[in-house]
Design a protein around this ligand. Structure first.
Ligand code: A3P
Length: 284
């Protein structure tokens, strides 16, 4: 177990050179107009969305997603290795990040790059994060869900406060190059969400291609795909029993929160997310 690396008020995983790379990427990484950027708070369904976007690119052909690890298809800005891959890659890129608004590459804000911001009920994000981060060696491990619950509400978890991350990124939601999606809508109707992503990215799929995207991005297909299920995460980063595709459901928090925790969470949510229009958060 290691502690977090704190950078400008944000706890980060302790990867080598992480602070320097984030600083460098904020000041120097050029986001190109033709890039697609996927932004999420951790545990919101990031990898599911990546799989869908990759499959849209190949028109449903699974060869790419079944032969190249997910982090090489769509590198992370904040991973030193991913950052290098992004710099070296020519042409349009699929770029992933959990970075909060104020640490994101500055060039992005004046680019026409398309960004998809995926949100998920933060209660489920919390539960998913508890199980995931407990197995990771690059963050501070919580000894119980109760401890993690307290850290989460304070924002003392990887990539900081869910509330601040979401508030800041949602300030861009009226822009033409910004698509807001929710995990809950993806669960309810994945096909419609895929169509929405295609429209946003200007891609056209035939009905059978759309069916292939749906098929190969399903929970079961991803769980069985070693290129996407995190079974290739090196042992110095995570213990062997790390599971990315754990339950894949909406509302699992109800199996884990006490009544008092549920009430405390509601109160914080209402305070911190006041001012957003009703209906923006489909789980509320
Ligand atoms: P659970 O831990 O609740 O099961 P991220 O990719 O941002 O780390 O998010 C991981 C969460 O997304 C996990 O949630 C995982 O099961 C879920 N997930 C990943 N792929 C999915 C899929 N194809 N369908 C539904 N949920 C998926």
């Amino acid at each position: 177990m290691s502690d977090y690396l704190w950078f400008e008020g944000i706890p980060l995983p302790t990867a080598e050179n992480q602070k320097e790379k984030i600083e460098e990427s904020r000041d120097k990484l050029v986001i190109r107009d033709e890039d697609t950027v996927i932004l999420t708070y951790p545990k919101s369904g990031t990898n599911w969305l990546i799989e869908i976007v990759c499959l849209i690119q190949t028109k449903g052909d699974p060869t790419w997603i079944q032969s190249v690890p997910i982090w090489d298809r769509s590198p992370w800005i904040e991973s030193p290795d991913g950052y290098q891959k992004l710099i070296n890659k020519e042409g349009p890129r699929i770029i992933i990040s959990h970075l909060p608004f104020h640490l994101f590459p500055k060039s992005f804000f004046s680019s026409k790059a398309k960004v998809i911001y995926l949100i998920r009920n933060p209660r489920d994000v919390l539960v998913s994060g508890y199980f995931f981060w407990s197995k990771m060696k690059v963050v501070k491990n919580p000894e119980s869900l109760r401890t993690y619950f307290e850290w989460f509400l304070k924002g003392n978890v990887a990539y900081g406060s869910w509330f601040e991350h979401t508030r800041a990124w949602l300030s861009m939601r009226e822009r033409d190059n910004f698509l807001l999606l929710s995990y809950e809508d993806m669960k309810k109707d994945a096909k419609s969400t895929i169509k929405k992503i295609c429209d946003f990215l200007g891609k056209k799929l035939e009905p059978d291609e759309l069916d292939m995207v749906l098929k190969y991005s399903s929970f079961q297909a991803m769980k069985e795909n070693n290129m996407s299920n995190y079974s290739l995460v090196p042992e110095d980063m995570a213990s062997k029993d790390l599971v990315l595709l754990r339950k894949g459901m909406a509302g699992d928090w109800k199996n884990h929160f006490t009544v008092a925790q549920a009430e405390a969470f509601d109160k914080v949510f209402q305070e911190k997310m006041a001012g957003f229009p009703p209906g923006l958060f489909p789980w509320e």
